[in-house]
Ligand binder design. Structure first.
Ligand code: NAD
Ligand code: UGA
Length: 367
């Protein structure tokens, strides 16, 4: 295969800094940022992504180009391709897997429920089946989601809070992932760390997310919907900036225990860990929109509508004490500063002439 030739002849996935990391979903938003950060500090990185068209694949290709400039190669393939995954582990002795590939998005689950089951449940199981049989087993850090807290009313959310009321099928598949991880940890001694990300945003972000399409629609003079809860309260999110999340992912990889199993045989149970990675400061969607209006110097056409029953939860709010204690996770970017960086990237990427384009001429592609 083309990738094998590439991988065998490049130094890309070899260990430099001690780690050799398989990043699944490397052409995605969080995966591309994490791959770059790992590479920059000297770790070996190989990506895997199926480049699906859930959102514009040209953005995934652009991220891939950026990664390839940094000598990071992405194998094009699906999580459900067992022989491909086995082959990857045969060719590269991965010490870690950063598993970010998934069907993301909350509301799309009502249109295409099966894609969530395929990638987030079947695909995850497939990866774990392959990883458990590798000797020595890699430590796995994977993306869970704040959505597992569902309709909780505790505020803020702590890892021990109940997660038995998922409001969307997306949330249910992420919750299922946590249960499945528990099983593979218990039976096969796989080292597994789940990260519950909270509405992550930033440059190179996802076009299906509100901050992204609000920016597009505001610039195009199109109306936007701002959800309010059934009882007319503001909907709020603990919006978390990508660089903070990347630091959290690297911290989780650095503190992951070695797996205790090998070749599918369990020795002693490695830890199963779950952490919130949020910003600890929920912001109402209306405030997100006014920050964007300011940055874009354009008034939004706002429609405030009652939140339909579409899988959304009324608010999210992370308690990150555990991640701070175990690997020093501390979010440092507030929403206004983070959105400023996003808008700077956005106008540059889409080549938009605006009051901002002057400021963005010296845009750094990776920030
Ligand atoms: P993303 O959609 O940009 O990235 C996911 C990548 O995985 C995509 O490039 C996609 O092509 C790939 N992929 C999907 N299914 C695949 C499969 N079956 N095989 C191979 N590749 C596949 O999303 P993201 O925002 O970068 O999210 C990364 C992870 O974090 C996901 O697991 C997501 O559920 C989770 N998460 C994201 C957020 C957020 O706000 N961005 C919040 C909570 C959790
Ligand atoms: C995001 C990601 O899309 C999920 O993949 C991820 O798992 C989840 O975060 C998480 O934290 O676990 P969400 O918070 O719904 O999900 O992100 P957006 O779709 O960008 O919505 C952000 C906020 O805007 C939400 O409060 C939503 O209710 C609101 N919204 C969305 C509107 O007010 N209007 C819209 O038209 C769309």
């Amino acid at each position: 295969a083309a990738w094998e030739k590439q991988v065998r002849h490049s130094s890309t996935p070899r260990r430099v800094n001690g780690f050799s990391v398989l990043v699944t979903g490397a052409a995605g938003f969080i995966g591309s940022h994490c791959s770059l950060a790992l590479k920059k500090r000297g770790d070996g990185v190989l990506g895997l992504d199926n480049f699906n068209d859930y959102y514009d694949p040209s953005l995934k290709r652009a991220r891939q180009n950026l990664l390839s400039k940094h000598q990071i190669f992405i194998v094009e393939g699906d999580l459900n391709d067992g022989p491909l995954l086995t082959k990857l582990f045969d060719v590269v002795p991965f010490t870690h897997v950063l598993h970010l590939a998934a069907q993301a998005g909350v509301r799309y689950a009502m249109q295409n429920p099966q894609s969530y089951v395929k990638s987030n449940i079947a695909g995850f199981v497939n990866l774990l089946e392959v990883a458990k049989a590798v000797n020595p087993q890699p430590a796995i850090v994977w993306a869970s989601s704040s959505s597992v807290y569902g309709l909780n009313t505790e505020n803020p959310f702590s890892e021990r809070d109940r997660t038995d009321r998922p409001a969307s099928l997306y949330a249910a598949t992420k919750k299922a992932g946590e249960e499945i991880a528990h099983t593979y940890n218990h039976i096969y001694g796989l080292s597994l760390t789940g990260l519950r990300f909270f509405t992550v945003y930033g440059p190179w972000g996802r076009p299906d997310m509100a901050y992204f399409f609000f920016t597009k629609d505001i610039l195009q003079g199109k109306p936007i919907d701002i959800y309010r809860t059934q009882d007319q309260k503001a909907v709020a999110r603990d919006f978390t900036y990508i660089d903070d999340v990347v630091k959290g992912c690297l911290g989780a990889l650095d503190t992951a225990e070695k797996s205790t199993g090998s070749g599918g045989k369990k020795k002693a149970p490695a830890q199963l860990r779950i952490y919130n990675l949020g910003n600890t400061s929920p912001v109402p969607v209306g405030r997100l929109v006014s920050i964007l209006e300011g940055l874009l110097n354009t008034k939004a056409k706002k429609h405030v509508i009652t939140l339909p029953r579409n899988g959304d939860v009324p608010y999210t709010h992370a308690n990150v004490t555990l991640a701070y204690k175990d690997f020093g996770y501390k979010p440092t970017t507030d929403l206004a500063s983070g959105l400023r960086k996003f808008v700077k990237w956005y106008v540059n990427y889409f080549g938009i002439e605006s009051k901002h384009s002057k400021e963005t001429q010296h845009f750094d592609e990776s920030s």
